[in-house]
Design a protein around this ligand. Structure first.
Ligand code: SF4
Length: 483
C-alpha cells in the first residue's frame, strides 16, 4: 500500500537568532548592544533614510520609492521598526543570503514580516484599496469608552488603553485611529486628559462596577510605559476586589524582547506577580506574533523570564493576514515555534479588521473557516488557537459562529448574547443582525459586479460615517449621563 503523508508534518525546530551583521549598517554591533533595550529603541528604523543607511546597496531604489509613496498616500501608521524585528526579515538562517540588488529586493518584497511592518504602495489593492465600510475605529472602541481610554464592550471585561504609543508600529494596526504618530492620511485622535487623571477615572469606574472582573491593560503597548508607572497602575488594579484577571498586552515581547528581559523589568514583574498570586488574581501577558520567523531565542528568553518572574501564562494573539500567515503550514509552524521554542500559548488569530487600506491583508470569512478546519488536531486543545472575527458592535466570534453567510456578496450576519455598554436601553440589541464584510476582490465575479453596480461608493461612505457619528453621539451622551 502507498503511504500517504499527513497534510502537515510536525518537525521540532530549534530557534535561531539571525546574524544581524549581515546588514551593512550593523556590521559592528555587538551582542551586548543587541541585548540592550536602549540600543534597540535608539536604533529603530523610522524613515526611508534610516533604512537606506542600514541596508546599503542590498535593496534597489524601486523599493525605497515604493515605500515612500506608501507613506505619503496609503499608510495609516508611521514607520517604526526595532532592529529585533528588522533582523527577522530575510533571515537567511537556512538558505544562503540573497545577492545584493534584484535578488535581495525580491526576497525582501516577499518577506512576511516586511509585508506588514514595512508595507509598500504596490502591496495594496488598486481595485478596492479600502472596503466601502472600512472605518478608522472599526471596532467602535472609542464609542464604548466609559472613561477616557477605557472600552467596556463585554459584560465582564474591559480594555484599558493606557497610552497611545508602541515600540513598533504595525501597518495593519486596528487602533490606527488612536495609536502612533499622524501620517499624511490620518490625523490621530488625541487623549484629552493627563495620564494620571485618565488612570484615576479608569480605576474609579472599575471600583464602581463590580460586574467587571477582567482587565486587558493595553495601549498602544505597555512596554512604552515607564515601568514604575505601569507597576503603580497594576498595584492599584490589584487592590480592587472584583478584578480577578489582568492581562498585559505587549507586542514588544516579540518586537523588542530586550525590554522584557531587562533586569529592572523582570524584578518589577516578579513583584506584581507575587502580589497577584497572593490575592488569587491571574496575571498574564498577551503578545502579538504573526509568523514563525519572528520567534527567536531572544523572544524565548523574554517569555521565559516572564514565566519565571511568576506570570501565569504568556499567550499569543496574532492577526490573520494574506501573505503573512494565510496557510495551514504557516499557522502551524508559528504555533509550534511559540509553544515548543518559547513557552508561549497560541491563543487567538484575529481576522484583520476593516480599517482603511487593509483590503490586501484581509481574508474572507470562508478562507478563515477553512484555515480553522485545517489546523485542528495538531496541537493540544488548550493551545489550538481560535480564529476569530471581531464583528463591529458585537465582539469576538469564532469564525464558524455566523448566523447566515451570503458568500456571493461576501456579507456575513451575526448575533450576540450580551449588550455592550452603549446598549443599556436597546431592546433590539440581542435580536438584531450585525454584519461583517469579506474583501470584495475575493468574491465571485457576480458578487463583485453587485458591489460595482448597485453601490455608490460615496453614498456608502457617507452612510457608514453617519452610522459611526450616530453611535459616537449615543456613546457621548451616555458618558455625560454617567458623570
Ligand atoms: S503593537 Fe499593537 S497597538 Fe501597537 S501598532 Fe502594533 S498592532 Fe497596533
Amino acid at each position: 500500500m502507498t503511504k500517504v503523508e499527513q497534510p502537515y508534518v510536525y518537525q521540532r525546530r530549534e530557534l535561531v537568532e539571525p546574524d544581524w551583521t549581515r546588514f551593512p549598517g550593523w556590521r559592528g554591533v555587538t551582542q551586548s548592544d543587541w541585548d540592550s533595550a536602549q540600543w534597540q529603541r535608539v536604533n529603530c528604523v523610522r524613515n526611508v533614510k534610516q533604512l537606506r543607511a542600514l541596508m546599503g546597496d542590498l535593496l534597489d531604489d524601486r523599493f525605497y520609492a515604493d515605500l515612500e509613496r506608501d507613506q505619503a498616500e496609503r499608510a495609516t501608521m508611521s514607520m517604526l521598526v526595532p532592529p529585533q524585528m528588522l533582523n527577522t526579515m530575510v533571515p537567511a538562517t537556512s538558505t544562503p543570503m540573497p545577492a545584493a540588488g534584484a535578488e535581495f529586493t525580491e526576497a525582501f518584497y516577499a518577506d512576511p514580516i516586511r509585508r506588514y511592518m514595512l508595507p509598500v504602495f504596490s502591496d495594496r489593492r488598486t481595485d478596492w484599496p479600502s472596503h466601502p465600510f472600512a472605518s478608522r475605529d472599526s471596532l467602535h472602541e472609542h464609542d464604548m469608552w466609559v472613561a477616557e481610554g477605557l472600552t467596556h464592550r463585554y459584560p465582564t471585561k474591559v480594555l484599558a488603553e493606557l497610552l497611545p504609543t508602541c515600540p513598533q508600529y504595525c501597518g495593519h494596526c486596528t487602533r490606527m485611529d488612536l495609536v502612533g504618530n499622524n501620517t499624511p492620511q490620518v490625523n490621530k485622535l488625541k487623549f484629552e486628559l493627563k495620564p494620571v487623571d485618565r488612570y484615576d477615572a479608569m480605576l474609579d469606574y472599575l471600583r464602581r462596577t463590580p460586574t467587571v472582573r477582567d482587565v486587558v491593560v493595553s495601549g498602544g503597548d505597555v512596554a512604552n510605559m515607564p515601568w514604575k508607572n505601569l507597576e503603580a497602575f497594576i498595584d492599584r488594579l490589584l487592590e480592587i476586589d472584583n478584578i480577578r484577571d489582568i492581562r498585559l498586552a505587549t507586542k514588544a515581547l516579540m518586537g523588542l524582547p530586550q525590554h522584557w528581559f531587562a533586569d529592572d523589568v523582570v524584578e518589577g514583574v516578579a513583584r506584581v506577580a507575587a502580589t497577584a498570586r497572593a490575592r488569587g488574581v491571574s496575571l498574564a501577558i498577551h503578545t502579538h506574533v504573526n509568523n514563525a520567523q519572528s520567534v527567536t531565542p531572544a523572544v524565548a528568553r523574554a517569555s521565559r523570564a516572564m514565566l519565571e518572574a511568576g506570570v501565569r501564562d504568556v499567550r499569543n494573539q496574532g492577526v490573520l493576514m494574506r501573505g503573512i500567515n494565510d496557510s495551514p503550514e504557516q499557522l502551524l509552524d508559528l504555533c509550534f515555534a511559540l509553544a515548543d521554542g518559547a513557552s508561549i500559548t497560541p491563543y487567538y488569530f484575529y481576522m484583520c479588521d476593516m480599517i482603511p487600506f487593509a483590503e490586501h491583508w484581509r481574508l474572507s470569512l470562508a478562507e478563515a473557516q477553512r484555515l480553522q478546519h485545517s489546523i485542528m488536531g495538531y496541537l493540544p486543545g488548550f493551545s489550538t488557537p481560535r480564529i476569530v472575527c471581531d464583528v463591529p458592535f458585537v465582539g469576538k466570534r469564532w469564525v464558524h459562529q455566523q448566523d447566515e453567510y451570503d458568500t456571493e456578496r461576501g456579507i456575513s450576519y451575526w448575533r450576540k448574547n450580551y449588550r455592550t455598554s452603549i446598549e443599556g436601553e436597546d431592546t433590539e440589541a440581542l435580536s438584531r443582525e450585525y454584519v461583517y464584510y469579506d474583501p470584495i476582490y475575493t468574491l465571485p465575479e457576480t458578487g463583485q459586479q453587485w458591489w460595482r453596480d448597485s453601490v455608490d461608493h460615496d453614498e456608502l461612505l457617507v452612510a457608514a460615517e453617519q452610522r459611526a457619528a450616530a453611535s459616537r453621539a449615543a456613546a457621548e451622551s451616555q458618558l455625560v449621563d454617567s458623570h
